[in-house]
Each structure stands twice: as C-alpha cells, then as structure tokens.
Design a protein around this ligand. Structure first.
Ligand code: GLN
Length: 201
C-alpha cells in the first residue's frame, strides 16, 4: 500500500485523506519538510492558491517540494492544487508564484468571470472509461488555457459558457483537475492517482 501525503497548510485536506483511503492508499498529512520525505505521492488540495503559496514559503516546503517534483514525485493537484502545479499562471494575485512542473498555462478563477461555480457530468479519459461520467464540481475554479505537447488532456467542459475548456490533465507523474472529486464520493480520480503512484514504485 503506497503512502500518499496531503499538503495540509490550507484547503480541503480531510476530504482528500478520506478519498485516498477509499482509493486504496495510506493517507498522511504533510506540514513539515521531514514529513515530505516519507511519502510516495502527494495531493495538493483545493483551497486558496495564494494562501498555500505563501504558507509553502513560511513552512520552508517550497524548494524541497520543487525538487521532489523535478525528481519525479507523483503529485495530484485539485483546483488550487492545479494552479500550484502550472508552469504559467494568468490572473494570479500580485507576487503569486506556482511550484510548476506541468507544462500548462492555467487561468485562475476562470469560470468566475461568468459563473462562480459549475457542475457537470464529465467523461475523463482513462479514468471513467466504461463507466458513468464523473460528477465534476467547479468552485471558483481555474481552467487550462493552453497545454504543451507533452500534456495529455483527460477532460474538457462539455457545455455552457466554458464549453471546450481543458479541466483535467496528466503529464508524467503529475495529474491535475480543475474540479473537486474529493467532495462527491466518487473515488475514481483518487484511485487513478493511487495507481500512478504504484506504477512509480
Ligand atoms: N480560486 C481559488 C484559487 O485561486 C481556487 C478555488 C478552489 O480551490 N476551489 O486558489
């Protein structure tokens, strides 16, 4: 059983811990640099990316986490976590930085320019294949404005003002969704991430 950390500086940590355990992992919270050493994979939860960015620096996790990502640590980022994984950010707050790793341009609060939240049943390539689409809940969510050639697009919004926008991606050991599977009781995205972590071991 892989041990997967949930970055516990801010955001919906408990929901991810529960979803990971339901998805077949041992889940632990990560707040200290030493705790990062013990995990086979990491989840960056939804919350507020500007706050998480600031706390990553305060808790001296930022550089260490960047090194682990560069070293191939599997990471799944949901919503604010997707923002943190993006190499390039549009509509970031002043001085906001990302960790990077994913060759994508992400627009923060992208849906918020039209609707604050959005919910839709989305098929996800390699994740919902052969089953029902997943209930995707977007809360002041980002979207991927542009993805590099090495990035696999797993899901796009199907209808409404954001139709066609990329909202789930994978590149190597990095997975990101603009929505929050941890709050819906559908553990397939987490299960997929647990399988990615197992493949890495
Ligand atoms: N709008 C938030 C941010 O900029 C993300 C929202 C979320 O994680 N639900 O970080």
């Amino acid at each position: 059983t892989p041990t997967i950390g949930v970055l516990a500086l801010q955001g919906d940590v408990r929901e991810h811990v529960a979803a990971l355990e339901s998805g077949g992992a041992r889940a632990v919270t990560v707040r200290r640099p030493s705790e990062l050493g013990d995990v086979d994979g990491l989840v960056l939860p939804g919350g507020e990316s500007t706050t998480i960015d600031r706390l990553l620096r305060v808790f001296e996790l930022r550089e260490l986490l960047r090194e682990r990502i560069a070293g191939g640590l599997p990471v799944y980022g949901s919503c604010a976590g997707m923002i943190l994984l993006a190499d390039r950010l549009l509509d970031g707050a002043r001085d906001q930085q990302t960790l990077g790793g994913l060759d994508v341009t992400v627009r923060r609060n992208a849906f918020g320019r039209q609707v604050d939240s959005w919910e839709e049943h989305l098929p996800l390539a390699g994740i919902t294949d052969g089953g029902p689409p997943t209930d995707a809940v977007f809360i002041r969510a980002p979207w991927v404005e542009e993805a590099g050639p090495g990035v696999q697009v797993l899901g796009r919004v199907g209808s409404g003002p954001a139709a066609g926008r990329i909202v789930a991606v994978r590149q190597g050991a990095l997975l990101a969704t603009a929505f929050h599977p941890e709050i819906t009781g559908d553990d397939r995205v987490h299960r997929h991430f647990v399988a990615m972590v197992r493949q890495r071991d």
